[in-house]
Ligand binder design. Structure first.
Ligand SMILES: Cc1cc2nc3c(=O)[nH]c(=O)nc-3n(C[C@H](O)[C@H](O)[C@H](O)COP(=O)(O)OP(=O)(O)OC[C@H]3O[C@@H](n4cnc5c(N)ncnc54)[C@H](O)[C@@H]3O)c2cc1C
Length: 285
């Protein structure tokens, strides 16, 4: 197993990026990385585009961040790729000294058809078959339940199948209601899921984007937050400041309640994550 397994009782703080599409985006992301790396996160993760569309983009930025001295966990899904392609990618990560992955089903672009979906549990099994215990494997889970899940209970049962297939820890979809997370943990414990479940944290910087994204991924924005954000209109400074207060307070509640860490969806921006991180004094925890 990977080294992080020995630290299960301590808290881990990590940061997620997506692969930039342009040279300019890449330069900007490297600067954002350097600023956030100074905070001392446990690792950075880099998302994997729908259907494998960013396979090479993800790999390039993962290697670039590793070269800059960070521990990096690439996200990985089958998407439309063959076993052979995914196997080659795994071996290239191994050779580069990568030892952690975030393993997902991913969301396929329209046109692929749902029959092409291969569940994350299949990929966890595949990674274990191909590479044994080399990688620490994170998987995704959903305190407010995956939008396509048949029902609450079934989603937890499928989560347990991913864990039984060999996941070491999980990162949640973002949420703004801490009760949803703590209730979910109780349900997971009842289903025999014992791995650390780290809350995914989405800073609030743009109401329209957040509302659109939340509608797609099934994350609820509580009405009081929604109404307040709507009221800021073009006043982005006040919106950002309110967002920082809300998310800092959410993180405080999660950590006080025993969350084993926090995973920040940075959206390739340093500002809000850095401020929330400092508000919580995470570098000294
Ligand atoms: C931390 C995190 C990181 C993410 N990173 C990315 C990324 O890099 N790229 C990307 O494209 N997306 C990413 N996503 C989004 C994610 O890919 C989508 O939410 C996707 O729809 C589900 O992925 P999953 O790995 O949870 O799928 P799965 O665990 O396979 O579950 C998907 C759905 O199928 C159901 N299910 C699971 N197993 C079975 C089964 N055997 N039979 C029937 N139904 C089943 C589940 O209940 C669920 O509804 C991320 C999400 C999170 C929370």
């Amino acid at each position: 197993m990977s080294t992080s397994d020995s630290n299960e009782v301590s808290t881990h703080f990590s940061i997620e990026f997506f692969p930039p599409r342009t040279d300019e985006g890449r330069e900007k992301l490297l600067a954002v990385h350097d600023r956030l790396a100074a905070l001392g996160p446990e690792f950075f993760s880099v998302t994997y585009g729908a259907g494998g569309s960013t396979r090479e983009g993800t790999r390039q930025i993962v290697l670039a961040l590793k070269e800059r001295g960070s521990k990096v966990a690439p996200h990985l899904s089958f998407g439309g790729s063959s076993d052979q392609e995914v196997g080659e990618l795994l071996r290239s990560y191994q050779q580069a000294g990568i030892d952690r992955l975030v393993v997902l089903r991913g969301d396929l672009p329209s046109g692929y058809g749902s029959s092409q979906h291969r569940y994350a549990s299949e990929l966890v099994s595949f990674v274990r078959r191909e590479t044994g215990d080399h990688f620490h494997i994170d998987v995704a889970c959903y305190p407010e339940i995956h939008p396509a899940a048949k029902d609450y209970r079934t989603d937890i049962d499928y989560f347990r199948i991913k864990v039984d297939a060999g996941a070491d820890s999980a990162i949640t979809q973002y949420f703004y209601n801490p009760d949803a997370y703590f209730y979910f943990l109780d349900q997971c414990a009842g289903a025999g899921i014992r791995i650390p479940v780290v809350p995914g944290i989405m800073p609030i910087t743009n109401y329209e984007k957040l509302a659109r994204f939340s509608a797609n991924c099934g994350a609820e924005i509580p009405r009081w937050i929604q109404r307040r954000l709507e009221g800021y209109g073009d006043d982005t400074e006040s919106l950002r400041s309110f967002g920082i207060d809300v998310v800092t307070s959410l993180c405080e509640k999660l950590l006080a309640g025993g969350a084993p860490g926090l995973h920040f969806y940075a959206m390739n921006q340093a500002g809000s994550v850095s401020t929330i991180w400092q508000n919580l004094d995470l570098s000294n925890r």
